[in-house]
Design a protein. Structure first.
Length: 171
């Protein structure tokens, strides 16, 4: 950002932020549809409001403010599972910056706040998922030091017989 531009503040969200952040999440979910996301933005509004509230209570909901307006957010959590691991892992579930405020360092500031909060909680590694077709997001994460550690693959099962690589006679 140029030095004369106002700088964003990154802070933990309050309960009063939940409603406007739910609106941000809906915009994020709508945006991700162009990259192949199957999440229905409006149909999940209420569920996401509750989920954002849970992130807020646990200290994993961050908001970016610029001149009093919310311009982005991030959500993180410590991974909880039943398997013993060699490291404690955290998960960045969401990060979003309003389109008019992108390329001004706000996403990086949100990412750094998320990482710092997890490091303070004893997390060794932060994981995240990104849509394969979202090249700008993938560039952002690579530029900030993230590497691919797992690749998720998918296939439609609606026309499985047409795509089946084995003939029925092989059975």
């Amino acid at each position: 950002m140029p030095p004369n531009d106002p700088q964003p503040t990154i802070e933990r969200a309050t309960r009063d932020d939940i409603e406007p952040l739910t609106d941000c999440w809906v915009r994020l979910a709508r945006d991700q549809r162009q990259y192949g996301s199957a999440i229905r933005a409006d149909a999940n509004r209420e569920t996401m409001r509750e989920t954002l509230g849970a992130y807020q209570v646990s200290g994993g909901l961050f908001v970016a403010r610029l001149e009093g307006s919310i311009v982005g957010f991030a959500t993180v959590s410590v991974e909880r599972g039943s398997l013993e691991l060699d490291e404690t892992r955290g998960m960045l579930s969401n990060i979003y910056v309003e389109p008019a405020y992108r390329n001004r360092g706000i996403g990086t500031a949100l990412l750094e706040a998320a990482e710092a909060s997890l490091a303070d909680r004893g997390v060794d590694t932060m994981l995240l998922e990104v849509m394969a077709d979202n090249e700008s997001a993938r560039r952002f994460y690579r530029r900030t030091g993230y590497d691919e550690v797992r690749v998720t693959m998918g296939r439609s099962l609606e026309s499985r017989e047409q795509n089946d690589t084995h003939s029925k006679e092989d059975g």
